[in-house]
Ligand binder design. Sequence first.
Ligand code: PRT
Length: 112
Amino acid sequence: MSQTLGRLAAVIESRKPENGGDPATSYVARLMAKGDDAILKKIGEEATELVMAAKDARHGAGSENVLYECADLWFHSMVLLARFDLTPQQVLDELARREGLSGIDEKASRKE
Ligand SMILES: N=c1c2ncn([C@@H]3O[C@H](COP(=O)(O)OP(=O)(O)OP(=O)(O)O)[C@@H](O)[C@H]3O)c2ncn1[C@@H]1O[C@H](COP(=O)(O)O)[C@@H](O)[C@H]1O
């Protein structure tokens, strides 16, 4: 796994309530304390912000905003993964499993 993703996943894990995460000092602990719906709401917001940044970039605004919003979305998705005791490595493993499998072929195989 990317070392950055691995380190971030470890920090997020340490912020869980059962691991002593403190909502007074930690954004992740505060978000987790609010519950799953708050995490899902943030993911919805960040996904929308990514879409808006991409649309703005097409019209001349800085493409760096696409990077920032994508980082926000990845980060909040990692908080969600942690809530389900899943890891970024498992997502990378799933992407690796799909390597070389055309999305068009995969979709066609589902229709049979
Ligand atoms: N990568 C991030 C990261 N990316 C974004 N954010 C926060 O996610 C929030 C994004 O929300 P918005 O952009 O919508 O801004 P906002 O309006 O202030 O957010 P809300 O009021 O809606 O919560 C901001 O508060 C950002 O600071 C992050 N907060 C933390 N991390 C990582 O998580 C680690 C643990 O953080 P703490 O739990 O705060 O110690 C940090 O060391 C970082 O590595």
